[in-house]
Unconditional design. Structure first.
Length: 438
């Protein structure tokens, strides 16, 4: 049996408290798996409070001093946000301590700098819990598929938005009502902006794209749209088309007409066919579908958030880092050799759903179709229905247009032109369609 492995835990929230609990309750098993006992040297918190459920002697608000202790071998960072976490992690790495983190916001903007610090110090940097909670995604990409070529990674990586959209689909509720339900159940934060506007999913997309395509991708490189404009009417139209609506994070390897490879990383709500595996992922669950040249399609599904599920991923990383300490090995290092350019959203081809209100008179459909044709956006399907006012009088019509694949730039130009037509009263929504073969 080797010497003790000293651990510093930074943060004692939902995840941190679960990590501490598991280390204490599973001490014998963890020791057997690692080859040395894990010993918590200290727990960094913003405020030392005796009512924390752990011995008060372990608590400290001096993060700098904790990560600098000679008896600390591994630092587990669970406090977020980007700062002061970045400073603490860099200090730990520079002093030769391995790091385990669940901080997706930090990894999405500073993974490269942190990886360089880990490489220089010959220590490990693990971050499985930064994407999709308990679902193992990072390790399969970095290890299991290390000899394959990943073509696409797409998934539902935010439980809050998936719960909201699932409620809208199953109950017919509007966005505000579904958000209120999510808040009441604790799925949504007091300020849900990071979730509902897609920032959280975009951070995770940056991490996935960087690993899958051996290219540094940051959150700023990810095209992002949130779910706040998705309406109950969109779900009704989606059902009529045999689809549902999901907030997707999509990372894709693209090949240009000249044979050059590019990376696309994007987050947006999209119509997904009901037969697609992601369509049945409901509630606060997450799922990621990976497509690789040799392996084909792989799907990872499970709880994407929560204290215990996320702690499971953290403990997996902690065991790996501790084993490496005992055995003298190293975990996977950053792979950025490909250095592929990130494609702008304007060149990305997708199918689209456009919902608009128009005047109810002859020639309207012809005028609308002409704007699509001018920009070589091919129409796959058109649905039109009359509308009535509160007195039961006809007051116009609603047209839903579904396109074949077109670039974002072409579709954006088309929508702008439609908005200028006298016969178009309003553009209600524009959503992409993913998971179709057309």
């Amino acid at each position: 049996m080797s010497d003790e492995i000293g651990v510093a835990v930074l943060g004692l929230g939902n995840v941190g408290s679960q990590v501490v609990r598991i280390i204490e309750e599973s001490a014998a098993d963890l020791t057997a798996r690692i080859g040395a006992p894990l010993v918590i040297r200290g727990i960094g918190v913003r405020r030392v409070d005796a009512d924390r459920g752990v011995p008060v002697g372990l608590l400290t608000d001096d993060i700098e001093a904790l990560v600098s202790r000679d008896d600390v071998d591994i630092v587990v960072e669970l406090m977020g946000p980007v700062e002061p976490a970045r400073k603490a992690i860099l200090a730990a790495l520079e002093q030769g301590k391995s790091v385990v983190t669940a901080n997706k916001a930090l990894m999405a903007v500073s993974a490269g700098k942190l990886a360089e610090a880990a490489e220089k110090a010959h220590v490990d940097l693990y971050f499985e819990a930064a994407v999709a909670g308990a679902i193992p995604v990072i390790r399969p990409l970095t290890q299991s598929l290390a000899g394959d070529t990943v073509l696409r990674v797409a998934g539902i990586v935010n439980g809050t938005t998936n719960y909201i959209l699932s409620e809208m689909d199953s109950t017919g509720a509007d966005y505000s009502s579904a958000l209120a339900d999510a808040s009441a159940l604790g799925y949504a934060e007091a300020d849900p902006t990071a979730d509902v506007e897609g920032y959280d999913a975009a951070a995770k997309a940056a991490i996935l794209a960087s690993i899958a395509f051996h290219t540094r991708v940051t959150a700023d490189d990810v095209y992002r749209e949130g779910i706040t404009k998705v309406s109950a009417a969109d779900f009704a139209s989606a059902r009529a088309l045999g689809c549902t609506i999901k907030l997707l994070a999509i990372c894709e390897r693209l090949t240009t007409g000249k044979g050059k490879q590019q990376v696309s990383a994007r987050v947006y709500p999209a119509l997904v066919p009901l037969e697609h595996p992601l369509a049945s992922v409901n509630g606060a669950f997450n799922a990621v579908v990976v497509e690789a040249e040799a392996a084909g399609r792989l799907m990872f599904y499970g709880q994407g958030a929560g204290g215990a599920p996320t702690a499971s991923a953290v403990l997996g990383d902690l065991v790996m880092a501790a084993r490496n300490r005992v055995q003298g090995g190293r975990g996977p290092r950053e792979s950025k050799y490909a250095k592929l350019p990130v494609a702008p959203i304007g060149v990305i081809p997708t199918r689209y759903y456009v919902n608009m209100n128009v005047a109810d008179r002859p020639g309207v459909l012809s005028a609308v179709s002409a704007e699509f044709s001018k920009r070589e956006v091919s129409i796959a399907e058109v649905r039109q229905e009359g509308m009535v006012d509160e007195e039961g009088q006809r007051c116009g019509a609603r047209i839903v247009v579904v396109t074949h694949q077109a670039t974002d730039a072409a579709l954006s130009e088309t929508v702008a032109a439609l908005a200028d037509l006298d016969v178009v009263q309003s553009i209600n929504s524009v959503l992409r369609m993913e998971g179709t073969s057309e």
